[in-house]
Ligand binder design. Structure first.
Ligand SMILES: [Fe+2]
Ligand SMILES: [Fe+2]
Length: 255
């Protein structure tokens, strides 16, 4: 069992919407097929894949069915000897974990339990909960950082809300006895525009002793160094946006 992550598939099998980057940057040409082939080659039965937000351009769940079917198709299947058929992992959980991104309008954070019920055995929606992975708890939330699209004051409010959601995720895992954490954010943990070197998110990672922080959202070469990458204060930070990884999922934990 290995853990992989990647973000920002921006699927649009049922939506006319696309971002300019998808029209003009050749890394996005046929990216769905490339990614599917890379997953089939890389992922082994029993592996877990975390998709770090911005899954679909569909604005309603009804408009995302083909996108979510595609995501379900990435499931590498159960580990050898594992019972329960293709939908069950060792913990009886799906092997595909989704985090909310800023474009995931289909996913109302308050209705995450309904999504988990609807996709039970196929997809796990990570919000105000955690995903058990061996000795680790995978925790996370969308996060937020100031990008000049709103006022710093408004951004601060959204950061506060997301900080609370992240705290709930950490505390749920801690209450169940977990002490090892991998923390996922969709947004980068710090704002390049505010010249931040720390944030409430990096401080929370430090407070709970997260081993890694994994984030996405940054598209195009000019944005790939917007936030922390590599080691900082004993925590490893990774940017896993799909175009940055050229659609190869990044291994987060080994077998
Ligand atoms: Fe994105
Ligand atoms: Fe995003």
């Amino acid at each position: 069992m290995a853990l992989y992550a990647i973000g920002d598939l921006h699927l649009h099998f049922e939506s006319e919407l696309k971002a300019p980057m998808q029209l003009y940057d050749k890394v996005w040409v046929n990216h769905e097929q490339m990614f599917q082939e890379n997953c089939a080659r890389l992922l082994k039965p029993g592996d877990v894949l975390v998709l770090v937000g911005d899954h679909s351009w569909g604005t309603k769940l009804e408009h995302c069915q083909k996108d979510l079917q595609y995501i379900c198709s990435l499931d590498p299947g159960p580990a050898e000897g594992e019972s329960g058929g293709p939908a069950a992992s060792a913990a009886g959980l799906p092997r595909i974990v989704l985090l909310r991104g800023n474009h995931d309008m289909f996913w109302d954070a308050k209705k995450t339990a309904q999504l988990n019920a609807r996709y039970a055995g196929r997809l796990f929606f990570l919000q105000n909960n955690y995903y058990p992975y061996g000795d680790y708890a995978l925790v996370g939330t969308k996060g937020y950082c100031y990008e000049g699209l709103d006022t710093p004051e408004h951004a601060e409010k959204l950061v506060e809300r997301e900080t609370e959601r992240l705290r709930v995720s950490f505390e749920a895992a801690a209450a169940d006895g977990y002490r090892k954490f991998i923390m996922f954010l969709h947004y980068p943990p710090t704002s390049a525009l505010l010249w931040q070197r720390n944030s409430v998110f990096t401080k929370m990672a430090e407070k709970y002793g997260a081993e890694q922080v994994v984030y996405a959202h940054c598209h195009g070469e000019s944005r790939f160094h917007d936030s922390i990458r590599g080691w900082k204060r004993g925590i490893h930070y990774s940017l896993v946006s799909g175009d940055c990884l050229r659609w190869h999922p990044q291994q987060i934990l080994p077998n």
